[in-house]
Write a protein that binds this ligand. Structure first.
Ligand code: SF4
Length: 140
């Protein structure tokens, strides 16, 4: 059973996999907490969208329907679409989003090439390195 549709601009497929309670302000973080809970509960269908989405809805950087960093986030969106082979309008489960993006995120060089200009990149890259360390410790 579906637990609702989440409209996401492409690079937010990646942001949400690295969300750890931090955001642009308290209202935004609370909104992200809610989205993270919905994703954790399962049954979410993601619809890839052009422009502002369900994450942007509570962002202080969204002004008049445009992101204050519009050109940069458009570049991130375009790069994630190209790398993933997904298209605007595609609908897929959150689990499928994670499955499709996992091999891309497994390449630190590719991750940096796509997201390196984002202010959150070093935070996300650190989380990712910690997850990889944890996985290899578990295998040892
Ligand atoms: S910074 Fe821009 S793209 Fe990111 S959530 Fe805010 S409005 Fe959306």
């Amino acid at each position: 059973m579906q637990n609702g549709i989440l409209r996401l601009r492409p690079h937010h497929m990646i942001c949400l996999q690295h969300y750890a309670g931090r955001g642009y302000d308290d209202a935004f973080a609370a909104h992200m907490d809610g989205i993270a809970r919905r994703l954790g509960a399962g049954g979410i269908l993601v619809e890839l969208t052009d422009g502002d989405d369900d994450v942007c809805a509570k962002c202080p950087n969204l002004v008049g329907g445009l992101c204050l960093s519009q050109e940069k986030v458009d570049r991130l969106d375009a790069r994630w679409l190209e790398a993933s082979g997904l298209r605007i309008g595609d609908r897929l489960s959150w689990e499928e989003v994670c499955r499709v993006t996992a091999p891309l995120l497994a390449s630190p060089a590719l991750f940096r090439r796509i997201c390196g200009e984002c202010v959150w990149f070093s935070f996300c890259a650190r989380l990712r390195r910690a997850a990889v360390r944890q996985e290899s410790d578990g295998e040892a």
